[in-house]
Design a protein around this ligand. Structure first.
Ligand SMILES: Nc1ncnc2c1ncn2[C@@H]1O[C@H](COP(=O)(O)OP(=O)(O)OP(=O)(O)O)[C@@H](O)[C@H]1O
Length: 357
């Protein structure tokens, strides 16, 4: 069932349009306050927009500002919303929680029970059917919540950071379950996690400040991001500017690299991306080097696995361009890196991807 979303919520400065094809899963990404929850709330019928339409297939779920207002009640939309918190009924067993949806759609008790058991088995917790929520772990409760959402046979599934409240140790198992159940389902998943975007979603839509800033197949967006948010998520440095004289130029910076796809035309908007691992850090600008060299002021240092991520602001860019370098702890000690220090970040042109926007 295709979702077609085109909505304005003025109070929140949200103006978002996107589509989800039948059977497709779209990941909605973006920084805090970007409008992701607002999109889910409007789709689920929990928030009425100031203008716009939400269509599921050819059925109008919401229509405001263009003829008669339509606002289908949440429980009549065929839309299931799975939140961070499983929100199970505490006094019902897992089986009864899952059977609740089919029962309220009119299924006889036995049939609802069978449906519940089938879905509990599908998400791998059929042995816990008789437990109440208080007797379940966070991961188990979230699986029951997935079963409950699916047992209502929704035409659209919305997931709001389904793994966020879980231990990192149990998230991979739930991700596998979701990957299976989302395979042929029309779904929107809000996430901050790059793995969710890659493993669960066919496409991503990136929101910043209430607007769509980029959209495309998950692997394209994460390998060749065009927005700062997607670049950070993908763990890449990104400089956005104009293509001029064989470099992407942004205030105070010139980045040379290798074109991915057609070389941008002179003056065209373009981005350069490169991995923090490809960046070397120097106290003094390396003399006579063919590498890209950027004057940077270190802003902070953070251990990431067995390396140290050095973040810095590129000088002369009004603090707009943040660059990152991953270096060994020995280098941090040898270079005596501390926040506030002026250094040079250097990266070979062969390590930089350049593409037009
Ligand atoms: N109940 C509310 N009333 C008024 N404004 C709100 C309300 N909830 C959110 N907002 C505002 O709407 C905008 C979008 O917020 P929203 O919660 O949709 O973002 P989000 O992308 O889901 O963020 P997060 O990742 O932090 O959950 C923000 O400017 C936010 O401050």
């Amino acid at each position: 069932m295709t979702l077609s979303f085109d909505v304005v919520v003025r109070e929140r400065d949200v103006e978002v349009a996107f589509e989800v094809a039948d059977g497709e899963t779209v990941a909605l990404l973006g920084p805090n306050g970007a409008g992701k929850s607002t999109v889910l709330a409007v789709t689920a019928g929990l928030l009425r927009p100031d203008a716009g339409r939400v269509l599921l297939g050819d059925r109008v779920l919401t229509s405001v500002g263009d003829g008669a207002t339509v606002d289908v009640a949440p429980h009549r939309r065929g839309v299931a919303l799975l939140a961070q918190d499983p929100l199970l009924f505490p006094h019902l067993t897992a089986r009864e929680n899952v059977a609740f949806g089919p029962r309220s759609l009119g299924a006889p008790r036995r049939e609802a029970r069978r449906t519940a058991e089938r879905w509990l088995a599908e998400v791998g917790v059929d042995d816990l059917a008789d437990r109440r929520p208080a007797q379940l772990s966070g991961g188990q409760a979230q699986r029951v919540a997935v079963a409950r959402a699916l047992a209502a046979d929704p035409r659209l599934l919305l997931l709001d950071e389904p793994m966020a409240a879980l231990d990192v140790a149990v998230a991979p198992a739930l991700r596998q379950v979701l990957r299976r159940v989302l395979a042929d389902r029309t779904a929107v998943v809000v996430t901050h996690d790059v793995l969710d975007a890659l493993l669960l979603a066919d496409r991503v839509v990136v929101l910043e400040a209430g607007r769509v800033v980029e959209a495309g197949p998950s692997s394209d967006v994460l390998t060749h991001p065009r927005s700062g948010f997607a670049a950070r998520l993908a763990g890449l440095n990104l400089v956005r500017g104009r293509w001029d004289d064989d470099a992407v130029r942004s205030a105070g910076l010139a980045v040379r690299g290798q074109s991915v796809g057609p070389t941008p035309a002179a003056g065209e908007e373009a981005v350069a991306t490169f991995r923090p691992q490809a960046v070397a850090v120097f106290r003094e600008p390396p003399a006579g080097s063919p590498r890209n060299a950027f004057a940077v002021t270190v802003t902070d240092l953070e251990p990431v696995g067995d390396v140290v991520r050095v973040r810095g602001r590129a000088d002369g860019t009004d603090g707009d361009v943040e660059l990152r370098a991953d270096v060994t702890p020995q280098s941090v000690a040898e270079l005596d890196l501390v926040p506030g220090l002026a250094v040079t970040f250097s990266v070979k042109a062969t390590e930089v991807s350049v593409y037009g926007l």
